[in-house]
Design a protein around this ligand. Structure first.
Ligand code: KG4
Ligand code: ZN
Length: 346
């Protein structure tokens, strides 16, 4: 039987991962295939993402990944109904690669294009997990570039509750990791080092923790880590490093947990969705899960592999927008990206 649900091919290229995925739309969209290439090794020597190298690598990877996805799903390009891509936020040159390929394919196929907000992809990504959430919920978006608490009432109905006024949580992990001499990306490396450390060894600040708003500030943490290292004479032992890693992680996680709980209380909601790269952090998950049990809350996460950037979440967001009648399909074949873009405006 031929399904009438749309087949969505999606491209993600906002930062240092090239992602392509194919999803069958509907009430519960189904991920048919996805492929991902991470540029972690490419940028490792530079201690961070080099935008020009990122763009060039997306160009090299994107079509082979698309071919692989179609082959894995046993689908043909001509079966695709809608081509989606990440319109922003992200690196302009990197975004243009996914946008250019998506628009060119759609033009050749005479099919519409659906530009997607990267953070919408993250916050809807738990809908691809076995334990999918229900609307409404509070979303904690914690990535390398963003730290936000959003109220989510449905697809396309996002209200910002609070956000970081300086660095993002992932950025705080990455910067502290760099000071500790760990590689890029620093989050997972710092979390690994922290396993052997004492999280009370260093008293690090928890900025804005006791303010009544739902905003975050992490820039001071980097300074505090730098000062602690300086006090150690610039020659920390392995033990010092483990303790400092554990103390840093504890400070970031405590703020994220307390502010998330405050957001649930302020909205009267009892469901939390955690998305973005930092959502892969084990300590954050443990503490949120423990708080959820204590307070009778539900916490949902994407599958671990879908926490960091990927094409599946973009295809899913596009399919959910289509199903909800919230999709602004474009047929003008303009290659349009938005490196800075507010989710509440999407
Ligand atoms: O969502 P994402 O893949 O990319 C952005 O859109 O930014 O998030 C990447 C961020 C990086 O800062 C990385 O260090 C952090 O997520 N991250 C983690 C962990 N895994 C990734 N931070 C803490 N613990 C982890 N396990
Ligand atoms: Zn992301």
């Amino acid at each position: 039987m031929k399904t009438t649900e749309p087949l969505v091919l999606a491209f993600e290229s906002s930062c240092d991962e090239t992602g392509v995925a194919l999803v069958r739309g509907g009430e519960r969209p189904v991920l048919l295939a996805q492929a991902l290439h991470t540029q972690v090794a490419l940028h490792a020597d530079y201690g961070g993402v080099v935008p020009e190298l990122a763009s060039r690598d997306h160009v090299r990877r994107v079509l082979p990944l698309a071919r692989q996805v179609l082959a894995d799903a046993d689908a043909r390009l001509t079966d695709v109904d809608v081509v989606a891509y990440t319109r922003g936020p992200g690196l302009a040159g990197a975004l243009l690669v996914g946008a250019g390929v998506a628009v060119a394919l759609a033009a050749a196929l005479d099919k519409p294009v659906l530009p997607v907000h990267h953070l919408e992809g993250h916050l809807l990504s738990p809908f691809l997990s076995a334990d999918a959430p229900e609307f409404p919920f509070v979303a904690l978006l914690v990535s390398g570039g963003h730290t936000q608490l959003m109220r989510v009432d449905g697809v396309g109905h996002y209200t910002l509750l609070g956000e970081t006024i300086d660095d993002a949580a992932g950025e705080a992990f990455d910067k502290a990791a760099k000071l500790l001499g760990l590689g890029y990306p620093g989050g997972p490396a710092l979390a690994r080092l922290a396993e052997g450390g004492d999280d009370r060894a260093f008293a690090l600040p928890r900025p804005l923790l006791h303010q009544r708003n739902l905003d975050f500030s992490f820039a001071g943490l980097k300074t505090a880590v730098a000062v602690a290292l300086k006090k150690l004479g610039g020659a920390p032992t392995e033990g010092d490093k483990m303790n400092l890693a554990a103390s840093t992680q504890a400070a970031i996680v405590e703020v994220l947990v307390k502010k998330s709980l405050a957001a649930l209380q302020a909205t009267g909601l009892n469901r939390l969705v955690v998305a973005g790269g930092v959502g892969a952090n084990t300590l954050l998950r443990e503490q949120l899960n423990a708080a959820a049990v204590r307070r009778g809350l539900r916490v949902h996460y994407p599958e671990l592999a879908l926490c960091t950037d990927n094409g599946a979440m973009i295809a899913l967001a596009a399919a959910m927008r289509l199903h909800a009648g919230q999709a602004l399909l474009r047929r003008d074949h303009a290659i349009d990206v938005q490196p800075r873009w507010d989710l509440s405006a999407a």
